[in-house]
Design a protein around this ligand. Sequence first.
Ligand SMILES: NC(=O)c1ccc[n+]([C@@H]2O[C@H](COP(=O)([O-])OP(=O)(O)OC[C@H]3O[C@@H](n4cnc5c(N)ncnc54)[C@H](O)[C@@H]3O)[C@@H](O)[C@H]2O)c1
Ligand SMILES: CC(C)[C@H](C(=O)O)[C@@H](O)C(=O)O
Ligand SMILES: [Mg+2]
Length: 356
Amino acid sequence: MKIAILPGDGIGPEIMNQAVKVMNALGEKFETETVPVGGAAYAEQGHPLPESTLKVAKEADAILFGAVGDFKYDTLERSLRPEQAILGLRKHLGLFANFRPAILYPELAGASSLKPEIVSGLDIMIVRELTGDIYFGQPRGMREAPDGPFKGSREGFDTMRYSEPEIRRIAHVAFQAAQKRSKRLTSVDKANVLETFQFWRDVVTDVHKEYKDVKLDHMYVDNAAMQLVRAPKEFDVVVTGNMFGDILSDAAAMLTGSIGMLPSASLDANNKGLYEPSHGSAPDIAGKDIANPLAQILSLAMMLRYSLAKTEQADRIEAAVKSVLKQGLRTVDIYEAGTTKVSTTQMGDAVVKALA
Ligand SMILES: NC(=O)c1ccc[n+]([C@@H]2O[C@H](COP(=O)([O-])OP(=O)(O)OC[C@H]3O[C@@H](n4cnc5c(N)ncnc54)[C@H](O)[C@@H]3O)[C@@H](O)[C@H]2O)c1
Ligand SMILES: CC(C)[C@H](C(=O)O)[C@@H](O)C(=O)O
Ligand SMILES: [Mg+2]
């Protein structure tokens, strides 16, 4: 079994070091290969997703990914920007189903930006479609406006689109996820304004006929954003498109105390997957050994569970994370008075030590 390790940029390598440390402490030999990606690969090889990196990712049984991006690359032409690496991996590997679980550990109730009574016990699963939508729709670009009141002036444009098979397959994934949980699914769209999302709603409703044991409701994305901060526990499984899922999962992350707590799994049709924190490369705190490595470590646990069928090892890691939180250890993003502030490295070490 081979694992591709892609640390990336910013805090990526710092948090990846902690996850690798935890993996090596499990007492099992994992074959790994570490390759550059994002800005790091651009700096080294002139491309954010070099052929050699893509090859390693394709041939691996699972991919553990850190984060990519650095503001210093924001002026590069788009195809060379670090973010193209993660978008390219998702597209090339067909990783259309993105699971972003937002779980509030009881010890972090005070770190959430919402009142404890609103968030305590929170455990929701956002299923984000990951290879379609406005992210990948063509045509896109810059041009002279062809019509309208601003005809002739410069404009930027993108294409929002979803085909029926794309909606069907993510709907199946989401209904099946709901069947394994509380049998409730909320599909989030913007059917009141966008054709793409009226179609989304129609197709999800049709797929629902095959999952009559699941209670489906539909919600507009603006309302969903509001409900997420009003009464997040009303949700269980949420399914949505690529862009809405990107935005809602960052909002959900904050409910758990910090975006540094939210892991993710991006799966293809055969459960091959890429595992990464939901956050980015956090250039504002990179190099300071203060980033929270738990989302990366929990992504490792998801990898062991979903792609490598190593449930026991995944359980051990998740239990160790709970244990360090119980011990009161906190990186700065989840720190509260009365707890102990630790660095990225110290948090990684503590998880290793807590492995039963
Ligand atoms: N999948 C990815 O690789 C990915 C995801 C999101 C953003 N990005 C990229 O990351 C770069 C920075 O983007 P951004 O600032 O909008 O988002 P970000 O998620 O990197 O950071 C947002 C805020 O959260 C904080 N934060 C993020 N992760 C943290 C952690 N583990 N511990 C403590 N604090 C943490 C950061 O310090 C920052 O204040 C951009 O280049 C962006 O494109 C990459
Ligand atoms: C970096 C960017 C391309 C990415 C996305 O928008 O999907 C990120 O925000 C994420 O949530 O994984
Ligand atoms: Mg995002």
